[in-house]
Ligand binder design. Sequence first.
Ligand SMILES: Nc1ncnc2c1ncn2[C@@H]1O[C@H](COP(=O)(O)OP(=O)(O)O)[C@@H](O)[C@H]1O
Ligand SMILES: N[C@@H](CCOP(=O)(O)O)C(=O)O
Length: 321
Amino acid sequence: MAVYTDITEAELRAFLSDYDVGELQSYRGIAEGVENSNFLVHTTTGQFILTLYEKRVNRDDLPFFLGLMQYLAERGVSCPLPVHRRDGGTLGELAGRPAAMVTFLEGIWLRRPMPVHCAEVGRGLAEMHLAGEGFGLTRRNSLTLEDWRPLWEKSKDHADALDPALRPETEASLERLEAEWPRDLPEGVIHADLFPDNVFFLGDSLSGFIDFYFACNDALVYDLAVCLNAWCFERDHAFNLTKGRALLAAYNATRPLSDAEIAALPILSMGAALRFMLTRLYDWVMTPEGSLVVKKDPLEYLARMRFHKAIRSVTEYGLDR
Ligand SMILES: Nc1ncnc2c1ncn2[C@@H]1O[C@H](COP(=O)(O)OP(=O)(O)O)[C@@H](O)[C@H]1O
Ligand SMILES: N[C@@H](CCOP(=O)(O)O)C(=O)O
């Protein structure tokens, strides 16, 4: 459960008094997510998600995240819309944390996505990339190549306890990524964490994206590499070619990939796998025992890193070439 900071009813009522959202009826902490504290808030006018921003979220980045959701929603992307206070602002403070409310998005996230859902994500991701063009604010990706080694240094001493192969393989991956990381790919606003728990569906149709708190400017195709990792592997860590094909074909049909982007997929996917292994390892080590947070397994991403390292042709991802 991710409620790091609890709130009292009195604090919430005082916070809500600045908004035109009616009277508070009920609220509860949300037992999902790992980054921030989230609450479902029912008022006489509807339901909203209240987020208190925690550890990894930099307060200075919040105008980017909230502004991006607003910008994308205005351009037809289904995502939460920040709720404005009477003074026009969207960012406030609650229980000593920066806090904001967004609209509630209908749908559920899929524990076992099928190829049809991967296709929906591919199409939706490409639409989001196109809709993000022209967004006025920028944010550097704070979890990209330059950030990985410092993160690794903080937790590498605990790697052996998880798997003796983790340390040598991560060191080798870092060296290769530092030597081969592609530059000059088309850039734009990316979500950067489009995992199944951040994509909602109604039936088999995508109903929206949530959790824009890693969004940033980076190579658009890196977002696709994140999705390949998050959507196209099975629980036994095997790559599902049908899912890969569905994801990539749907993306390509909406925003055609350039030859350079296609050629970069294996190295970007390897980097994406390393990025999630590193944050998971860091959390594995740093999250105190007994915290109400479900820790995610870093080793899932060691297996994915191995897969991407061994790729000889993008046809192995399901791309027709
Ligand atoms: N706008 C929204 N509409 C409906 N549910 C939401 C919304 N935002 C968050 N949630 C719920 O809260 C959970 C955690 O949100 P998320 O943004 O992923 O948290 P975190 O940033 O802490 O990982 C989601 O899995 C979902 O159940
Ligand atoms: N998607 C990341 C962790 C971030 O969690 P989220 O709930 O904010 O998506 C992972 O799986 O490691």
